[in-house]
Design a protein around this ligand. Sequence first.
Ligand SMILES: Nc1ncnc2c1ncn2[C@@H]1O[C@H](COP(=O)(O)OP(=O)(O)OP(=O)(O)O)[C@@H](O)[C@H]1O
Ligand SMILES: [Mg+2]
Length: 363
Amino acid sequence: MERTSTGVELRNLRRTFGPVVALDNLNLTLQPGELIALLGPSGCGKTTALRLLAGLDQPDSGEIVVGGKDITAVPASKRNMGMVFQSYSLFPNLTAAENVAFGLRVRRVSKSERLKRAAELLELVGLGEQRDRYPHAMSGGQAQRVALARAIAVQPDVLLLDEPLSALDAKVRTQLRDEIRRLQIEVGITTLFVTHDQEEAMAIADRVGVMRAGNLEQLDLPAVLYARPATPFVASFVGTNNVLPTTVEPNGTVYVLGRALAVAAGSDELAVGQAANALLRPESVSLGHRDGGTDGVAGVVSSTSFFGSVTRLTVKLDAGNFILVDMPSVIARDFSAGAEVLARAMTNEVVIQHQEAVALVDE
Ligand SMILES: Nc1ncnc2c1ncn2[C@@H]1O[C@H](COP(=O)(O)OP(=O)(O)OP(=O)(O)O)[C@@H](O)[C@H]1O
Ligand SMILES: [Mg+2]
């Protein structure tokens, strides 16, 4: 399966549908072999971007460059791309192996070679034993594995995945997510993976692009996106943040949960004395019992949610606002609902934003 990877460039792509601007001058570069996850809310233009890249739709303006060649005018059938969609798109009357071999037939590969390749690919996605099964006799996860094998069978330059996991239940979903990543690295194929699940995007991608209303708001490494959201939208869309009102102090710090914190890069520019919102991750808050000290801001635990190794506590501060606190479950056992606590910031720096700028998305 040795092959060289191909870079992809979307340049100023614009696509409108009547009054709807689905893509508003989208620019995106994928390095050869890179997996970029495009993340964004429903209707922000993710599928439109994939369809333009695949050649299933034409932009109003802009260029698509693959491997250094402008392919904007090249029809879909000549673009050499593999695609997997959200819903299973297998041919129901063909077996797993025949489905995988299908694209090869179109490309005039001999029958024995086709079946050999199909068997290898099914092996690669963990379905070596199921090659003679029909789609109706497969689980959702198996069907998507076959769809994936079929997409990479033709050795495409680019792999396009449009929410391929969204119809699967949570466990299969994370399993297959990790397998797609393993396979993508193994085959070295440049991949654009569309999702509206931020956890999925962060887990699978080299870089994550956050889209909003036809534009790319930020493209960065998952950890950078998480720690340094470039815009309030990204901050509210990626991960969960506590939004805590504060004021910029004369020395440029802000008080958050009783501690003076440095203002992090990526923050809005705010003058001394100006009101601001500090964005504090739930895992950046620690709790102590009130009788155990005086350090921190007083509150009462109002509820706890067990997530396995981590527990999320909701704390009502005496000032009236609620904050979320994530901690290892072994420690959270000490804090049941009703516990009187002191909350402290467990970080030395914090992102701040204009107070009107923060749009809360979840919780
Ligand atoms: N064929 C079409 N005709 C009219 N409007 C369209 C068409 N395709 C997309 N749109 C509109 O363009 C915008 C972007 O759609 P797109 O399907 O790219 O969003 P998306 O980010 O994939 O959303 P989702 O997460 O719901 O799949 C939406 O407002 C959508 O209604
Ligand atoms: Mg879509």
